[in-house]
Design a protein around this ligand. Structure first.
Ligand code: GLC
Length: 434
């Protein structure tokens, strides 16, 4: 697609790399029942303090994390520098509520950034706009203290403007103390509107000082990629649909945009011990393929444990990605949606590399003997299975089964497949276009 909405930051690398790792790590890894636990269970600061007092990830070794990401085929990562509970992973000068004051006693962000960079992985910072710990953050209907009997009193003396200064100051630290940051990922705005009509206070761009914030960010880091959750149209670079797969390439005012789906292995972003809706490896691979087939990126989340490890389930899912990517990365990196003239048949997705002019047919269901590809007759010079470079025949009409003949007459290209599906969650056929 040529008419993609231009970005302010540098998204050239982003639309080629396609696959990243999201990491949600913080105090909520200890209760281990969702990163919104403070809000959902309306836990007071005093009661939440026990997680701060016991944060001691003794097994934390970010080199292991970075290696797991690289082995899975991930090219960039986005880490929660601060989530909604307000806890900061780095040695920020602007609050004591950070990792260095926990029993662990050290900045956990800096070694992570170093370790991922060492693996050649680009660095993104997620930063929560919302803060259920900061004393100046005005309590609203989303806040963990929303049902406090003395809510109005709680808000006496709170000054959101002071919070804005804090937010700005922290973003300045993040963009100046860690070398060049590639992505800044804010989360999130919920302005009072038709979706939130009863909010006693929603929060949007005025509550974050989004305009000013953006100005500062663009000055400090002109190439950075900014996500779309600051509640101002036009300043963002990428759209970030979450927990669903868009039906088609997302557009704004009819123009396709650079976009990234963010997804979880199970139903929680933070480590959740008892959550059991872990996606199958097959579904995970399909989600990656589906995303790239619509011109997008996939940011897949891991929620490390309170001891500082990726748990077994996450490691296993990552290694399944790694196995698939080992043979099929060529159908992901540098790829995008296929030109409009090529429409994938039922149960298939196409990805396309414009530089090599190769089209990739991803088969979500392995058919018996033939697959018929509309509009591709006489357009393909050579076809092979991607996993082992074994030839896929393109039978000529004469002497073959009549359904192949009929299909070819309709301008389809028919491929002859082996009966046995290759050992891959999603097998891929590589087509060298003429
Ligand atoms: C949401 C949630 C949050 C998660 C994020 C990831 O907005 O508030 O917990 O960090 O999505 O996209």
């Amino acid at each position: 697609m040529s008419n993609i909405r231009p970005t302010h930051g540098d998204s050239d690398w982003f639309v080629k790399d396609r696959f990243g790792m999201f990491i949600h790590w913080g105090l909520y890894s200890l209760p281990a029942r969702h990163e919104w636990v403070k809000q959902r269970e309306e836990i007071s600061d005093e009661d939440y303090q026990k997680y701060f007092d016991h944060f001691d990830p003794d097994l934390y070794d970010p080199k292991i994390w970075a290696k797991a990401a690289a082995d899975a085929g991930m090219k960039y990562f986005v880490i929660t520098t601060k989530h909604h509970d307000g806890f900061c992973l780095w040695d920020t000068k602007l609050t004591d509520y950070n990792a260095t004051n926990t029993p662990y006693g050290k900045d956990v962000l800096r070694p992570m950034v170093d370790a991922f960079r060492e693996q050649g992985i680009k660095v993104g910072f997620y930063h929560s706009l919302i803060d259920w710990h900061h004393p100046q953050f005005v309590v609203d209907s989303m806040h963990s203290q929303r049902n406090h009997p003395d809510r109005d009193k709680l808000n006496e003396g709170r000054d959101q403007k002071k919070y804005i200064e804090y937010l700005k100051g922290q973003v300045r630290e993040l963009l100046t103390d860690f070398g060049d940051i590639d992505i800044l990922w804010f989360d999130f705005s919920y302005p009072k509107n038709e979706n939130h009509p009863n909010d006693f206070v929603g929060k949007g761009h005025e509550d974050w000082g989004s305009e000013e914030l953006n100005k500062m960010i663009r000055e400090l880091a002109p190439n950075i990629i900014l996500n779309d959750r600051l509640d101002i149209p036009d300043i963002w670079d990428i759209k970030t649909p979450e927990q669903f797969q868009p039906v088609e390439w997302p557009k704004v005012d009819g123009t396709p945009v650079v976009w990234e789906a963010c997804q979880t292995f199970s139903g929680s972003w933070g480590y959740h011990r008892d959550e059991s809706t872990w996606k199958s490896p097959e579904m995970l691979v399909r989600m990656l393929v589906d995303t790239v087939s619509k011109g997008g990126n996939l940011l897949m989340n891991v929620g490390p444990t309170g001891r500082g490890e990726f748990d077994k389930r996450a490691l296993s899912a990552l290694s399944e990605y790694g196995k698939w990517m080992h043979h099929h990365q060529r159908a992901i990196y540098g790829c995008t949606q296929a030109p409009d003239e090529f429409k994938a048949p039922v149960d298939c997705r196409y990805t396309y590399n414009p530089d090599t002019n190769r089209l990739y047919v991803h088969l979500f269901a392995w058919p018996f003997r033939h697959v018929h590809l509309p509009g591709l007759k006489n357009k393909v010079a050579y076809a092979q299975l991607l996993n082992d470079a074994s030839e896929i025949k393109m039978p000529k009409p004469a002497g073959v089964h009549t359904n192949v003949q009929a299909s070819m007459e309709q301008n389809n290209l028919t491929l002859e497949l082996p009966i046995v599906q290759p050992d891959a969650y999603v097998p891929v056929i590589e087509l060298f276009l003429k």
